[in-house]
Design a protein around this ligand. Structure first.
Ligand code: BG6
Length: 479
């Protein structure tokens, strides 16, 4: 296949950036907000849980977007953002998750944020639940292990659609919904340690989340005439480590555990391979006729995060697993790593776009992608900045692959790279793992002024948006 046409990005392409409430807002107990599971995970996904919020938890203050949102949104507008992905902190709206009435002060905060986005002509893309389930739902019900969560989530989404439906068109039901199989506490607010959680309980929780997601889709379609609802999956293409058919099959099996989520969202029912897996593993889902009916409310588009690919093999001696975005997998000997050991694979993005398009024929939205790296603040012409050519190269190479996929015929709605303004990492809860175009002066020990500085990539991305992708550069120097 030859290169993409010189201008593959459609005029309507939604350029922007992505964040999540718990990683930017701070103000963890302001204005009636309840605690979320993030407030007791000071070391991120892999670290231990604490009984109460502890001062070493950077998310309690994060980058203080709660008070600085107007200036932050102005910076995004300066880059020309057309869309901004944010999540709503469930525990700002329902502090305990199971409250009868929503917290007005929490709702009013997002009114203000949406006002500001509107003022700058930036379209909001709202994640309803992004790894920040109210802590009380985890402690009282063991999170999504309980069917009751469907009702609490339904109450929450109805409030959001009533309040913001007239001004928010794009909705994502759950962040990286497939993460529940890998990190039940983050994906499902399930406090039972993963090693003690039975496959039966885990799949039942997955079922509850899938039903809740389809229910939200149905309600949005009923209440908001032009709503576009998407699922959000963690995309991680799985390559066979060798051409041995057993490795190819192992890769297919691993792929299925992720594709299952998109399959249910797009096709409205469980695929055969999932039924077989459950049958052979003694999993008997409690699935009602009403559940089956709800699942038929399929999504308008599929959104996903993409950071890396992995390999898979049937040979236990070759299973050298590496670090990675929640899922991880067998290391690919042909790829380079980031400083955090995530393998860099721009072509994998083109592959996954084609795979999803071929499989589902639904518009696709890349709602996370980016390089977590350590940045050094320098002064150029007396101004603090970061010379982040490494980030520019990473994003440039990935966007060229998006262009290739569009030229392949894939319908791509937009691109919102992760952490467009530096934020607290989800996996490690560090500040030093930075993704942003905007540098935030805060360190891992919590010190710093919280001042914002434009990085070199800030100006680069502004050019990309202004030229609708025409300023991207091929590795060989050709435009
Ligand atoms: C995704 C999450 O898994 O990856 C984000 O949706 C997260 O919340 C992002 O921040 C990057 O991961 P990390 O661990 O580098 O913050």
């Amino acid at each position: 296949m030859t290169g993409p046409t010189s201008q593959p990005f459609p005029e309507t392409f939604l350029w922007g950036g992505a964040t999540a409430a718990n990683q930017i807002e701070g103000a963890h107990d302001a204005d009636g907000k309840g605690l979320s599971i993030q407030d007791v995970l000071p070391q991120g996904i892999v670290g231990p849980r604490t009984a109460h919020p502890t001062p070493d938890n950077l998310k309690l203050e994060a980058i203080d977007f709660y008070h600085r949102y107007a200036a932050d949104i102005a910076l995004l507008a300066e880059m020309g953002f057309k869309v901004f992905r944010l999540s709503i902190a469930w525990s700002r709206i329902f502090p305990n998750g199971d409250d009868e009435k929503p917290n007005e002060a929490g709702l009013a905060f997002y009114d203000r944020v949406l006002d500001e986005l509107e003022r700058h002509g930036i379209e909001p893309l709202v994640t309803i639940s992004h790894y920040e389930t109210p802590l009380a739902l985890a402690e009282k019900y063991n999170g999504w292990a309980s069917r009751k969560l469907i009702g609490f989530y339904e109450r929450y989404v109805r409030v959001l659609f009533d309040r913001y439906g007239h001004r928010v068109r794009y909705w994502l039901t759950f962040n990286e919904i497939n993460s529940l199989l890998h990190f039940p506490i983050i994906g499902g607010a399930i406090l039972t340690p993963k090693e003690e959680l039975s496959r039966q309980d885990q799949f039942q929780a997955v079922h509850h989340v899938l039903v809740a997601s389809a229910l939200a889709t149905r309600i949005a379609h009923e209440q908001i005439p032009d709503a576009r609802v998407g699922c959000m999956v963690l995309a991680i293409p799985v390559y066979p480590l060798t051409p041995a058919p057993s490795d190819v099959l192992a890769a297919l099996d691993a792929d299925h555990t992720n594709l299952l989520f998109g399959d249910v969202h797009v096709r409205g029912a469980y695929p055969g391979y999932a039924m077989r897996y459950m049958r052979e593993n003694g999993i008997e889902l409690d699935i009602t006729d009403e559940d089956r009916e709800i699942l038929t409310n399929t999504v308008d588009f599929v959104s996903f995060s993409y950071y890396m690919s992995v390999c898979e093999t049937a040979d236990p001696d070759q299973r050298h697993t590496g670090d990675g975005n929640i899922i991880g997998g067998v290391r690919n000997p042909t790829l380079r790593d980031t400083e955090w050991g995530w393998q860099i694979d721009p072509v994998g993005l083109r592959i996954v776009l084609n795979q999803f398009w071929d499989r589902w024929q639904k518009p696709l939205f890349i709602v996370e992608n980016g390089l977590g790296a350590k940045d050094e603040l320098v002064h150029v012409d007396g101004r603090p900045t970061v010379d982040d050519d490494y980030r520019i190269a990473y994003l440039n190479d990935h966007l060229l692959q998006v262009a290739e996929a569009i030229a392949d015929g894939v319908d791509v709605l937009g691109y919102t790279p992760w952490g467009c303004i530096d934020l607290v990492s989800a996996s490690t809860a560090q500040m030093s793992k930075r993704y942003g175009f905007v540098y935030v002066d805060r360190d891992d020990d919590g010190t710093g002024t919280l001042a914002r500085y434009r990085k070199k990539s800030f100006h680069w991305y502004a050019d990309v948006i202004r030229s609708n992708g025409a300023s991207l550069r091929r590795g060989d120097g050709r435009p």
